[in-house]
Design a protein around this ligand. Structure first.
Ligand code: ZN
Ligand code: ZN
Length: 284
């Protein structure tokens, strides 16, 4: 086989190919050596080669021994992630070896089913995320991917089926219209506390608010992107005043509070709720 033909086989396989596949396609070992010498393919590690235009992350995962997986797939797609984990997560064959390479900090995954090279589909990456990082990360990423239009009904059903049975409720309470990952996290935590909240509620004279709890308490969550410039601060104060006039109380939280100081947020909400409930019991 010519170097050009060998390069085409590699491109055809998604950019990375095993020596054994090239030999099966009719190349000799001498052909492969020539293709490497002419730059048609590059050696990734023993017995694995990449096309020059192959995706760098796919090549790195192949160097480690498998396929781009989990967090790494979702980060690449711009799905909202709770944790700043920039390590490469790699799906290895169930009994496949990990190959430590220069700068290797990879996180290994071994699922049932094959690995090969390339990038795992988003639905499989989400199921991996639940096992690897946890429920909250999964829930927020799932709602984010759904909001981005990346999860078909078939993909959502596949995810539900492949989650552990005790985790399927996460999918059942998820919604497509969460405004931000932070909002997803907050809704999940209050769901666990047995506090029901409506999200993205439109209130006359106030506009759309993030959450309304018990029909009386408004919760607003400022995501990282919302810088508190003067005009935004003024807008928030106006909203709070209008909400108060309409009979609501407002509590505001930011990213740091929800993520790093959850007990403070929880106590504030539960205390306000208790007070509001006591008041409505007295007036009833
Ligand atoms: Zn992982
Ligand atoms: Zn590695």
């Amino acid at each position: 086989m010519s170097p050009m033909q060998i390069a085409l086989v590699a491109a055809d396989r998604g950019g990375v190919v095993r020596l054994s596949e090239l030999l099966t396609c009719g190349a000799s070992r001498a052909d492969v050596r020539r293709a490497v010498a002419r730059g048609g393919i590059a050696r990734v590690r023993d017995g694995v080669f990449a096309h020059p235009t192959a995706d760098a992350l796919v090549v790195l995962a192949a160097e480690h021994g498998g396929r781009v997986a989990c967090v790494s797939v979702l980060r690449r797609l711009g799905v909202w992630l709770l944790d700043d984990d920039d390590r490469l997560h790699v799906l290895l064959e169930p009994k496949g070896r990990r190959h430590v390479h220069t700068g290797c900090r990879c996180v290994d995954h071994r699922d049932a089913g094959g690995a090969g090279f390339g990038i795992v589909p988003i639905e499989r990456a989400l199921v991996q995320l639940q096992r690897c990082v946890g429920d909250e990360s999964f829930f927020a990423a799932y709602e984010s991917a759904w909001r981005q239009g990346r999860l078909s009904a078939g993909a959502r059903a596949w995810i539900r089926e492949h989650l552990p049975a005790g985790k399927r409720w996460l999918v059942d309470v998820a919604r497509r219209n969460a405004d931000s990952g932070l909002e997803s996290i907050l809704r999940l935590r209050f769901h666990r506390l047995g506090v029901a909240m409506r999200s993205q509620v439109r209130i006359l004279d106030v506009g759309r608010v993030d959450f309304v709890v018990d029909g009386i308490l408004i919760l607003e969550v400022d995501d990282r992107q919302n810088h508190d410039g003067e005009s935004l601060r003024h807008r928030d104060l106006m909203r709070d005043a209008r909400a108060a006039a309409a009979g609501y109380e407002t509590l505001r939280f930011d990213y740091a509070m929800v993520i790093h100081d959850w007990p403070t947020v929880e106590r504030a909400v539960l205390a306000r709720l208790e007070r509001a409930r006591a008041r409505s019991r007295r007036t009833a």
